[in-house]
Design a protein. Structure first.
Length: 203
């Protein structure tokens, strides 16, 4: 009897482990595990508001972004990146480049509304800061100022959002603020006269 119970227990343990393995990303998919919103077919609809600082009028529109494919790209001799292409349905202006499994570099849209999508990190701590030089005379800095923000937009109320302050020295002395979550993506972007808010998503 004891031997039968041992066999049954071993079988159940093997089955349980097998089920866990099925749900785990396969080798090479650690990036998608750290950033679950990176799935082809995912889409986000945003409300965009821009205030004319001269007369106070508000320009608003709605746009939808979709992840439609991914590819690999090599820079330098031995560095390969995963590139996720994001489209507005017309052209692929926005993209995300996965530098490695723990950092996702955000893309920039070159059409109106012109907005910069943020970098994502595997984990965040308050005060964490990084940046880059888009040109030799300019510096863009990003700093995590909160890791547990609650943000309410048309798409709903989202807890435990990361809030990042972005400053570009030669572009605008006023900082931009970005709220995001690694499982959702961008929830809100706000600067001196522009606001982007998540209206809906399909996942």
């Amino acid at each position: 009897m004891r031997k039968i119970l041992l066999i049954v227990a071993t079988f159940l343990l093997v089955v349980a482990c097998s089920k866990d393995d099925v749900n785990e990303p396969k080798d090479g998919n650690q990036l998608e595990k750290n950033f679950p919103f990176l799935k082809i077919g995912n889409s986000w609809t945003y409300n965009f508001y821009e205030v004319d600082l001269d007369n106070g009028s508000i320009d608003s529109n709605t746009f939808t972004l979709s992840l439609n494919r991914k590819d690999t790209m090599s820079f330098g001799y031995d560095t390969t990146y995963t590139v996720y292409y994001v489209t507005d349905g017309l052209k692929e202006d926005i993209f995300f480049i996965a530098a490695n499994d723990s950092t996702l570099i955000g893309g920039i849209s070159f059409w109106k509304p012109r907005i910069e999508f943020p970098d994502y990190l595997k984990s965040y701590t308050v005060g964490q800061s990084w940046g880059y030089y888009p040109n030799p005379d300019d510096y863009v800095s990003k700093t995590v100022i909160s890791i547990n923000e609650t943000v309410t937009v048309e798409a709903g109320t989202f807890h435990n959002c990361i809030k990042i302050k972005r400053i570009r020295e030669d572009e605008d002395p006023n900082p931009s603020f970005i709220w995001l979550r690694n499982d959702i993506g961008v929830i809100k972007i706000e600067n001196n006269n522009r606001t982007v808010e998540l209206k809906s998503k399909n996942f």
